[in-house]
Design a protein around this ligand. Structure first.
Ligand SMILES: *Cc1c(COP(=O)(O)O)cnc(C)c1O
Length: 465
Protein backbone atom coordinates (compact mmCIF):
# COMPACT_ATOMS: atom_id res chain seq x y z
CA UNK A 1 0.00 0.00 0.00
CA UNK A 2 1.32 3.41 -0.89
CA UNK A 3 0.56 6.61 1.01
CA UNK A 4 0.00 10.01 -0.56
CA UNK A 5 -0.55 13.54 0.78
CA UNK A 6 -3.88 15.37 0.55
CA UNK A 7 -1.88 18.33 -0.82
CA UNK A 8 -0.16 16.33 -3.52
CA UNK A 9 3.35 17.60 -2.71
CA UNK A 10 5.22 14.38 -1.90
CA UNK A 11 6.11 11.21 -3.78
CA UNK A 12 4.20 8.15 -2.56
CA UNK A 13 5.69 6.55 0.56
CA UNK A 14 5.32 3.28 2.49
CA UNK A 15 3.28 2.64 5.64
CA UNK A 16 6.42 2.79 7.81
CA UNK A 17 7.44 6.11 6.29
CA UNK A 18 3.91 7.45 6.76
CA UNK A 19 3.95 6.52 10.46
CA UNK A 20 7.31 8.19 10.95
CA UNK A 21 6.36 11.30 8.97
CA UNK A 22 3.12 12.02 10.90
CA UNK A 23 2.13 15.25 9.18
CA UNK A 24 3.05 15.09 5.47
CA UNK A 25 6.16 17.08 4.56
CA UNK A 26 4.04 19.39 2.35
CA UNK A 27 1.74 20.28 5.26
CA UNK A 28 -1.03 17.90 4.15
CA UNK A 29 -2.27 14.68 5.71
CA UNK A 30 -1.27 11.18 4.61
CA UNK A 31 -3.76 8.72 3.18
CA UNK A 32 -3.59 5.21 1.73
CA UNK A 33 -4.05 5.12 -2.02
CA UNK A 34 -6.33 3.52 -3.03
CA UNK A 35 -8.73 2.95 -0.12
CA UNK A 36 -9.31 -0.81 0.02
CA UNK A 37 -12.68 -2.54 0.32
CA UNK A 38 -13.71 -5.97 1.54
CA UNK A 39 -16.32 -8.21 -0.12
CA UNK A 40 -19.15 -9.91 1.74
CA UNK A 41 -17.62 -13.41 1.51
CA UNK A 42 -14.50 -12.15 3.32
CA UNK A 43 -16.59 -10.35 5.91
CA UNK A 44 -18.44 -13.58 6.51
CA UNK A 45 -15.14 -15.29 7.28
CA UNK A 46 -14.22 -12.48 9.67
CA UNK A 47 -17.36 -12.37 11.73
CA UNK A 48 -16.29 -14.76 14.49
CA UNK A 49 -12.72 -13.52 14.84
CA UNK A 50 -11.45 -12.20 18.17
CA UNK A 51 -10.63 -8.49 18.31
CA UNK A 52 -6.84 -8.94 17.90
CA UNK A 53 -7.30 -11.41 15.02
CA UNK A 54 -9.67 -9.06 13.23
CA UNK A 55 -7.25 -6.18 13.85
CA UNK A 56 -4.52 -8.22 12.14
CA UNK A 57 -6.73 -8.82 9.07
CA UNK A 58 -7.81 -5.20 8.75
CA UNK A 59 -4.48 -3.57 9.48
CA UNK A 60 -2.86 -6.09 7.15
CA UNK A 61 -4.82 -4.56 4.25
CA UNK A 62 -3.05 -1.23 4.82
CA UNK A 63 0.41 -2.42 5.85
CA UNK A 64 2.75 -4.30 3.54
CA UNK A 65 6.17 -3.45 4.93
CA UNK A 66 5.88 -5.28 8.25
CA UNK A 67 5.73 -9.07 8.46
CA UNK A 68 2.53 -10.73 9.69
CA UNK A 69 4.52 -11.90 12.69
CA UNK A 70 5.64 -8.38 13.59
CA UNK A 71 2.15 -6.98 13.18
CA UNK A 72 0.59 -9.80 15.17
CA UNK A 73 3.06 -9.35 18.03
CA UNK A 74 2.53 -5.65 18.29
CA UNK A 75 -1.27 -5.96 18.25
CA UNK A 76 -1.04 -8.66 20.90
CA UNK A 77 1.22 -6.56 23.13
CA UNK A 78 -0.99 -3.50 22.72
CA UNK A 79 -4.16 -5.22 23.84
CA UNK A 80 -2.82 -7.20 26.80
CA UNK A 81 -2.97 -3.83 28.63
CA UNK A 82 -6.80 -3.88 28.35
CA UNK A 83 -8.92 -5.16 31.23
CA UNK A 84 -11.23 -7.37 29.13
CA UNK A 85 -10.52 -9.98 26.44
CA UNK A 86 -13.29 -8.46 24.29
CA UNK A 87 -11.12 -5.28 24.13
CA UNK A 88 -14.17 -3.20 23.05
CA UNK A 89 -17.30 -4.84 24.53
CA UNK A 90 -20.78 -3.98 23.27
CA UNK A 91 -23.59 -3.53 25.77
CA UNK A 92 -27.29 -2.92 25.21
CA UNK A 93 -28.37 0.24 27.04
CA UNK A 94 -32.09 0.90 26.58
CA UNK A 95 -32.75 0.93 22.85
CA UNK A 96 -29.13 1.66 21.89
CA UNK A 97 -25.98 -0.36 21.63
CA UNK A 98 -23.02 1.14 23.45
CA UNK A 99 -19.53 0.26 22.26
CA UNK A 100 -17.27 0.58 25.30
CA UNK A 101 -13.93 1.87 24.09
CA UNK A 102 -12.57 2.72 27.54
CA UNK A 103 -11.09 -0.55 28.78
CA UNK A 104 -7.47 0.47 28.23
CA UNK A 105 -4.97 1.85 30.77
CA UNK A 106 -6.17 5.50 30.69
CA UNK A 107 -9.89 4.80 30.38
CA UNK A 108 -10.57 6.55 27.05
CA UNK A 109 -10.89 5.32 23.46
CA UNK A 110 -7.52 6.80 22.57
CA UNK A 111 -5.81 3.84 24.23
CA UNK A 112 -7.13 1.58 21.45
CA UNK A 113 -4.90 3.33 18.92
CA UNK A 114 -2.10 4.71 21.07
CA UNK A 115 -1.17 1.37 22.59
CA UNK A 116 -0.67 0.16 19.01
CA UNK A 117 1.23 3.28 17.98
CA UNK A 118 3.56 3.14 21.02
CA UNK A 119 4.52 -0.43 20.19
CA UNK A 120 4.81 0.40 16.50
CA UNK A 121 7.25 3.26 17.14
CA UNK A 122 9.23 1.02 19.43
CA UNK A 123 9.47 -1.72 16.79
CA UNK A 124 10.44 0.65 13.98
CA UNK A 125 13.11 2.37 16.10
CA UNK A 126 14.53 -1.00 17.17
CA UNK A 127 14.82 -1.90 13.49
CA UNK A 128 16.46 1.39 12.46
CA UNK A 129 18.55 1.97 15.59
CA UNK A 130 17.29 5.57 15.83
CA UNK A 131 15.84 7.74 18.59
CA UNK A 132 12.58 9.69 18.53
CA UNK A 133 11.16 12.70 20.34
CA UNK A 134 7.38 12.57 20.31
CA UNK A 135 5.59 15.89 20.28
CA UNK A 136 1.84 16.14 20.72
CA UNK A 137 -1.02 18.34 21.83
CA UNK A 138 -3.90 17.12 23.94
CA UNK A 139 -7.35 18.33 24.93
CA UNK A 140 -7.09 15.84 27.78
CA UNK A 141 -7.23 12.19 26.77
CA UNK A 142 -4.67 11.87 23.97
CA UNK A 143 -1.86 13.01 26.25
CA UNK A 144 -2.28 10.38 28.91
CA UNK A 145 -3.00 7.63 26.38
CA UNK A 146 0.15 8.55 24.42
CA UNK A 147 2.23 8.73 27.59
CA UNK A 148 1.01 5.31 28.70
CA UNK A 149 1.75 4.01 25.20
CA UNK A 150 5.47 4.88 25.42
CA UNK A 151 6.32 5.33 29.12
CA UNK A 152 9.70 3.83 29.91
CA UNK A 153 10.38 2.80 26.30
CA UNK A 154 14.00 3.00 25.15
CA UNK A 155 14.86 5.49 22.42
CA UNK A 156 11.71 7.59 22.92
CA UNK A 157 11.10 10.85 24.80
CA UNK A 158 7.60 12.27 24.83
CA UNK A 159 6.56 15.95 25.08
CA UNK A 160 2.87 16.61 25.59
CA UNK A 161 1.25 20.06 25.49
CA UNK A 162 -2.08 20.60 27.23
CA UNK A 163 -4.05 23.82 27.74
CA UNK A 164 -3.37 24.90 31.32
CA UNK A 165 -6.44 24.60 33.54
CA UNK A 166 -8.64 23.38 30.69
CA UNK A 167 -8.38 19.64 31.14
CA UNK A 168 -10.31 17.82 33.86
CA UNK A 169 -8.57 17.19 37.17
CA UNK A 170 -8.35 13.45 36.59
CA UNK A 171 -7.06 13.95 33.04
CA UNK A 172 -4.34 16.30 34.29
CA UNK A 173 -3.24 13.93 37.03
CA UNK A 174 -3.17 10.93 34.69
CA UNK A 175 -0.55 12.74 32.62
CA UNK A 176 1.54 14.42 35.27
CA UNK A 177 1.84 11.54 37.74
CA UNK A 178 3.67 9.19 35.39
CA UNK A 179 7.16 8.97 36.92
CA UNK A 180 9.19 7.66 33.98
CA UNK A 181 12.04 9.98 32.96
CA UNK A 182 11.17 9.94 29.25
CA UNK A 183 7.88 11.79 29.94
CA UNK A 184 7.66 15.64 29.73
CA UNK A 185 4.37 17.45 30.35
CA UNK A 186 3.95 21.07 29.27
CA UNK A 187 0.97 23.17 30.42
CA UNK A 188 0.49 25.90 27.81
CA UNK A 189 -1.08 29.21 28.81
CA UNK A 190 -3.76 29.05 26.09
CA UNK A 191 -6.45 26.82 24.53
CA UNK A 192 -6.19 23.40 22.91
CA UNK A 193 -6.26 25.07 19.50
CA UNK A 194 -3.17 27.07 20.58
CA UNK A 195 -1.43 23.83 21.58
CA UNK A 196 -2.35 22.19 18.30
CA UNK A 197 -1.22 25.23 16.30
CA UNK A 198 2.17 25.24 18.07
CA UNK A 199 2.67 21.55 17.39
CA UNK A 200 1.68 21.97 13.75
CA UNK A 201 4.02 24.96 13.35
CA UNK A 202 6.94 22.98 14.78
CA UNK A 203 6.23 19.98 12.55
CA UNK A 204 6.20 22.34 9.59
CA UNK A 205 9.78 23.46 10.37
CA UNK A 206 11.28 20.55 8.50
CA UNK A 207 14.90 21.08 9.56
CA UNK A 208 13.92 21.17 13.25
CA UNK A 209 11.68 18.15 12.76
CA UNK A 210 14.53 16.22 11.13
CA UNK A 211 17.23 17.30 13.60
CA UNK A 212 15.21 16.14 16.62
CA UNK A 213 13.54 13.14 14.98
CA UNK A 214 10.11 14.43 15.93
CA UNK A 215 7.32 11.87 15.92
CA UNK A 216 3.60 12.55 16.05
CA UNK A 217 0.97 10.85 18.18
CA UNK A 218 -1.91 13.15 17.28
CA UNK A 219 -4.61 11.79 15.04
CA UNK A 220 -2.82 13.32 12.08
CA UNK A 221 -0.79 10.09 12.38
CA UNK A 222 -2.34 7.59 10.00
CA UNK A 223 -1.61 4.61 12.27
CA UNK A 224 -4.06 5.99 14.84
CA UNK A 225 -6.89 6.27 12.37
CA UNK A 226 -6.10 2.79 11.09
CA UNK A 227 -6.21 1.17 14.54
CA UNK A 228 -9.61 2.78 15.11
CA UNK A 229 -11.10 1.43 11.89
CA UNK A 230 -11.00 -2.00 13.53
CA UNK A 231 -13.63 -1.40 16.21
CA UNK A 232 -16.19 -0.09 13.74
CA UNK A 233 -15.93 -3.28 11.72
CA UNK A 234 -15.84 -5.45 14.85
CA UNK A 235 -18.95 -3.82 16.30
CA UNK A 236 -20.86 -3.75 13.00
CA UNK A 237 -20.24 -7.48 12.48
CA UNK A 238 -21.30 -8.34 16.03
CA UNK A 239 -24.48 -6.27 16.03
CA UNK A 240 -25.45 -7.46 12.55
CA UNK A 241 -25.08 -11.02 13.76
CA UNK A 242 -27.22 -10.35 16.84
CA UNK A 243 -29.98 -8.44 15.09
CA UNK A 244 -29.91 -9.65 11.49
CA UNK A 245 -29.89 -5.98 10.41
CA UNK A 246 -28.70 -5.05 6.92
CA UNK A 247 -26.85 -1.97 7.98
CA UNK A 248 -25.73 -0.30 11.19
CA UNK A 249 -25.50 3.38 12.13
CA UNK A 250 -22.83 4.74 14.45
CA UNK A 251 -23.02 7.77 16.71
CA UNK A 252 -19.63 9.35 17.31
CA UNK A 253 -18.87 12.14 19.81
CA UNK A 254 -16.55 14.27 17.73
CA UNK A 255 -13.83 16.87 18.31
CA UNK A 256 -10.85 16.56 16.00
CA UNK A 257 -12.67 14.37 13.41
CA UNK A 258 -10.15 11.53 13.93
CA UNK A 259 -12.50 8.93 15.33
CA UNK A 260 -15.32 9.65 12.91
CA UNK A 261 -12.88 9.68 10.00
CA UNK A 262 -11.91 6.14 11.02
CA UNK A 263 -15.66 5.43 10.81
CA UNK A 264 -15.71 6.86 7.29
CA UNK A 265 -12.82 4.60 6.24
CA UNK A 266 -14.60 1.61 7.83
CA UNK A 267 -17.81 2.53 6.01
CA UNK A 268 -15.99 2.56 2.66
CA UNK A 269 -14.17 -0.65 3.59
CA UNK A 270 -17.29 -2.70 4.34
CA UNK A 271 -19.91 -0.98 2.20
CA UNK A 272 -22.92 -1.28 2.50
CA UNK A 273 -22.86 -2.53 6.08
CA UNK A 274 -22.58 0.86 7.74
CA UNK A 275 -25.51 3.21 7.13
CA UNK A 276 -24.99 6.68 8.50
CA UNK A 277 -22.33 8.14 10.78
CA UNK A 278 -23.76 10.54 13.32
CA UNK A 279 -21.36 13.38 13.92
CA UNK A 280 -22.23 14.46 17.46
CA UNK A 281 -20.78 17.72 18.79
CA UNK A 282 -21.11 19.78 21.96
CA UNK A 283 -21.49 23.56 21.80
CA UNK A 284 -18.27 23.68 19.78
CA UNK A 285 -20.22 22.77 16.69
CA UNK A 286 -18.18 23.84 13.68
CA UNK A 287 -18.55 20.35 12.21
CA UNK A 288 -22.30 20.20 12.76
CA UNK A 289 -22.65 23.54 11.00
CA UNK A 290 -20.57 22.11 8.17
CA UNK A 291 -22.85 19.08 7.76
CA UNK A 292 -26.07 21.08 8.03
CA UNK A 293 -25.10 24.28 6.19
CA UNK A 294 -22.10 23.35 4.04
CA UNK A 295 -19.96 26.00 5.67
CA UNK A 296 -16.87 25.26 7.76
CA UNK A 297 -16.37 28.46 9.71
CA UNK A 298 -14.13 28.94 12.74
CA UNK A 299 -15.37 30.61 15.88
CA UNK A 300 -14.25 30.82 19.51
CA UNK A 301 -13.74 27.76 21.70
CA UNK A 302 -16.33 27.37 24.45
CA UNK A 303 -15.20 25.32 27.47
CA UNK A 304 -17.75 22.56 28.24
CA UNK A 305 -18.25 19.49 30.43
CA UNK A 306 -17.05 17.34 27.51
CA UNK A 307 -13.62 19.01 27.24
CA UNK A 308 -12.08 16.48 24.84
CA UNK A 309 -14.44 17.85 22.20
CA UNK A 310 -13.77 21.55 22.87
CA UNK A 311 -12.14 22.07 19.49
CA UNK A 312 -12.75 24.42 16.58
CA UNK A 313 -10.09 23.40 14.07
CA UNK A 314 -10.54 19.69 13.39
CA UNK A 315 -7.23 18.52 11.97
CA UNK A 316 -8.53 15.32 10.36
CA UNK A 317 -11.26 17.15 8.50
CA UNK A 318 -8.79 17.66 5.66
CA UNK A 319 -8.75 13.91 5.05
CA UNK A 320 -12.49 13.83 4.50
CA UNK A 321 -12.41 16.95 2.38
CA UNK A 322 -9.88 15.24 0.11
CA UNK A 323 -12.46 12.59 -0.82
CA UNK A 324 -15.27 15.11 -1.01
CA UNK A 325 -13.13 17.05 -3.50
CA UNK A 326 -12.71 13.93 -5.65
CA UNK A 327 -9.08 13.52 -4.57
CA UNK A 328 -7.89 16.76 -6.13
CA UNK A 329 -4.94 18.14 -4.11
CA UNK A 330 -5.11 21.53 -5.84
CA UNK A 331 -8.58 22.13 -4.45
CA UNK A 332 -7.43 21.17 -0.95
CA UNK A 333 -4.58 23.65 -1.15
CA UNK A 334 -6.93 26.41 -2.32
CA UNK A 335 -9.44 25.59 0.41
CA UNK A 336 -6.86 25.88 3.16
CA UNK A 337 -5.45 29.13 1.81
CA UNK A 338 -9.02 30.42 1.85
CA UNK A 339 -9.51 29.14 5.41
CA UNK A 340 -6.38 30.98 6.55
CA UNK A 341 -7.51 34.22 4.95
CA UNK A 342 -11.27 34.15 5.45
CA UNK A 343 -11.68 31.71 8.36
CA UNK A 344 -14.08 29.53 6.38
CA UNK A 345 -14.50 26.85 3.72
CA UNK A 346 -17.72 26.70 1.71
CA UNK A 347 -18.79 23.68 -0.34
CA UNK A 348 -21.19 23.39 -3.27
CA UNK A 349 -24.80 22.26 -3.24
CA UNK A 350 -23.83 18.95 -4.84
CA UNK A 351 -21.10 18.37 -2.27
CA UNK A 352 -23.52 19.14 0.53
CA UNK A 353 -25.81 16.41 -0.70
CA UNK A 354 -22.91 13.96 -0.63
CA UNK A 355 -21.90 15.01 2.89
CA UNK A 356 -25.42 14.27 4.08
CA UNK A 357 -25.26 10.75 2.67
CA UNK A 358 -22.17 10.11 4.80
CA UNK A 359 -23.14 11.97 7.97
CA UNK A 360 -26.05 13.11 10.04
CA UNK A 361 -25.21 15.64 12.73
CA UNK A 362 -26.50 17.28 15.88
CA UNK A 363 -25.00 19.70 18.38
CA UNK A 364 -25.93 18.91 21.98
CA UNK A 365 -25.73 21.61 24.64
CA UNK A 366 -24.52 21.00 28.17
CA UNK A 367 -27.99 20.99 29.72
CA UNK A 368 -29.13 18.23 27.32
CA UNK A 369 -25.94 16.30 28.02
CA UNK A 370 -26.65 16.33 31.75
CA UNK A 371 -30.31 15.39 31.16
CA UNK A 372 -29.24 12.48 28.97
CA UNK A 373 -26.86 11.12 31.63
CA UNK A 374 -29.69 11.42 34.18
CA UNK A 375 -32.41 9.85 32.01
CA UNK A 376 -30.31 6.90 30.87
CA UNK A 377 -29.24 6.27 34.46
CA UNK A 378 -32.84 6.33 35.66
CA UNK A 379 -34.04 4.03 32.90
CA UNK A 380 -31.20 1.52 32.87
CA UNK A 381 -28.76 2.13 35.76
CA UNK A 382 -25.96 2.68 33.22
CA UNK A 383 -23.71 5.72 33.74
CA UNK A 384 -22.59 7.57 30.59
CA UNK A 385 -19.60 9.88 30.59
CA UNK A 386 -20.43 13.37 29.20
CA UNK A 387 -18.79 12.73 25.79
CA UNK A 388 -20.67 9.50 25.29
CA UNK A 389 -23.85 11.25 26.43
CA UNK A 390 -23.44 13.78 23.61
CA UNK A 391 -23.41 10.86 21.15
CA UNK A 392 -26.41 9.16 22.74
CA UNK A 393 -28.40 12.41 22.80
CA UNK A 394 -27.60 13.01 19.12
CA UNK A 395 -28.68 9.45 18.24
CA UNK A 396 -32.01 10.05 20.01
CA UNK A 397 -32.59 13.40 18.40
CA UNK A 398 -31.77 12.16 14.89
CA UNK A 399 -33.32 8.71 15.27
CA UNK A 400 -36.32 9.14 12.96
CA UNK A 401 -34.17 10.55 10.12
CA UNK A 402 -31.61 7.74 10.06
CA UNK A 403 -31.50 4.79 7.67
CA UNK A 404 -33.24 1.73 9.15
CA UNK A 405 -31.18 -0.40 11.52
CA UNK A 406 -29.64 -0.33 14.97
CA UNK A 407 -27.41 2.51 16.14
CA UNK A 408 -24.17 1.86 17.98
CA UNK A 409 -23.09 4.73 20.23
CA UNK A 410 -19.37 4.97 20.81
CA UNK A 411 -18.54 5.24 24.53
CA UNK A 412 -15.34 7.22 24.32
CA UNK A 413 -14.47 7.54 28.00
CA UNK A 414 -15.14 5.90 31.36
CA UNK A 415 -17.47 8.10 33.46
CA UNK A 416 -14.97 8.15 36.35
CA UNK A 417 -12.76 10.44 34.25
CA UNK A 418 -15.43 13.14 34.51
CA UNK A 419 -16.87 12.78 38.02
CA UNK A 420 -18.01 16.43 38.33
CA UNK A 421 -20.37 16.20 35.36
CA UNK A 422 -21.70 12.83 36.48
CA UNK A 423 -22.36 14.13 39.99
CA UNK A 424 -24.31 17.03 38.55
CA UNK A 425 -26.49 14.61 36.59
CA UNK A 426 -27.15 11.82 39.06
CA UNK A 427 -26.14 13.20 42.44
CA UNK A 428 -23.15 10.94 42.97
CA UNK A 429 -19.80 10.15 41.43
CA UNK A 430 -19.19 6.92 39.54
CA UNK A 431 -17.07 4.31 41.22
CA UNK A 432 -13.38 4.66 40.41
CA UNK A 433 -11.61 1.87 38.59
CA UNK A 434 -8.40 0.56 40.19
CA UNK A 435 -6.10 2.71 38.03
CA UNK A 436 -7.50 5.97 39.42
CA UNK A 437 -7.54 5.08 43.10
CA UNK A 438 -5.26 7.37 45.09
CA UNK A 439 -4.11 9.32 42.02
CA UNK A 440 -4.26 12.65 43.92
CA UNK A 441 -1.57 11.55 46.34
CA UNK A 442 0.98 10.55 43.70
CA UNK A 443 3.85 12.98 42.98
CA UNK A 444 3.21 15.06 39.87
CA UNK A 445 5.48 17.00 37.43
CA UNK A 446 4.67 19.63 34.80
CA UNK A 447 6.35 22.60 33.06
CA UNK A 448 4.29 25.78 32.48
CA UNK A 449 5.08 27.65 29.24
CA UNK A 450 3.66 30.60 27.28
CA UNK A 451 1.60 29.77 24.16
CA UNK A 452 4.58 30.49 21.91
CA UNK A 453 6.31 28.30 19.38
CA UNK A 454 9.79 29.37 20.51
CA UNK A 455 9.16 28.67 24.18
CA UNK A 456 8.18 25.11 23.32
CA UNK A 457 11.07 24.66 20.88
CA UNK A 458 13.61 25.81 23.47
CA UNK A 459 12.22 23.37 25.99
CA UNK A 460 12.45 20.52 23.49
CA UNK A 461 16.03 21.42 22.60
CA UNK A 462 16.97 21.20 26.27
CA UNK A 463 15.35 17.84 26.92
CA UNK A 464 15.41 15.99 23.59
CA UNK A 465 17.16 12.66 23.00
C1 LIG B 1 -10.64 12.69 21.90
C2 LIG B 1 -11.99 12.42 22.42
C3 LIG B 1 -13.13 12.63 21.65
C4 LIG B 1 -13.07 13.23 20.26
O1 LIG B 1 -12.42 12.38 19.36
P1 LIG B 1 -11.87 12.97 17.97
O2 LIG B 1 -11.13 11.86 17.33
O3 LIG B 1 -10.97 14.11 18.36
O4 LIG B 1 -13.05 13.44 17.22
C5 LIG B 1 -14.36 12.28 22.20
N1 LIG B 1 -14.47 11.77 23.44
C6 LIG B 1 -13.39 11.57 24.22
C7 LIG B 1 -13.59 11.02 25.58
C8 LIG B 1 -12.12 11.86 23.75
O5 LIG B 1 -11.06 11.65 24.52
Amino acid sequence: MRYISTRGGIDPISFTEAVMMGLAADGGLLLPDPLPSVDSATLDEWKDLSYPKLALKIMGLFVDDLSDKELEALIHDAYTTFDTPDITPIVKVGKHYVLELFHGPTLAFKDVALQVLGNLFSLLLRKSGENMNILGATSGDTGSAAIYGVRGKDNINIFILHPKGRVSKVQGLQMTTVPEKNVFNIAVQGTFDDCQAIVKAIFNQLDFKARYHLGSINSINWARVLAQVVYYVYAALKVKEQTGAGSINFSVPTGNFGDIFAGYVARRLIQPNIGRLILATNENNILTRFVLQGRYAKSKVIPTISPSMDIQVASNFERYLYYLYNQEPERIKQAFIFLDQKDEIIISQEERARVRKDFASASIDQASTITTIRDIYKETGYILDPHTAVGVAAAERLGPDLPKGPTICLATAHPAKFPEAVRKAIGREPERPESLKGIESRPSRCEILAAEVDAVKNYIVKHAL
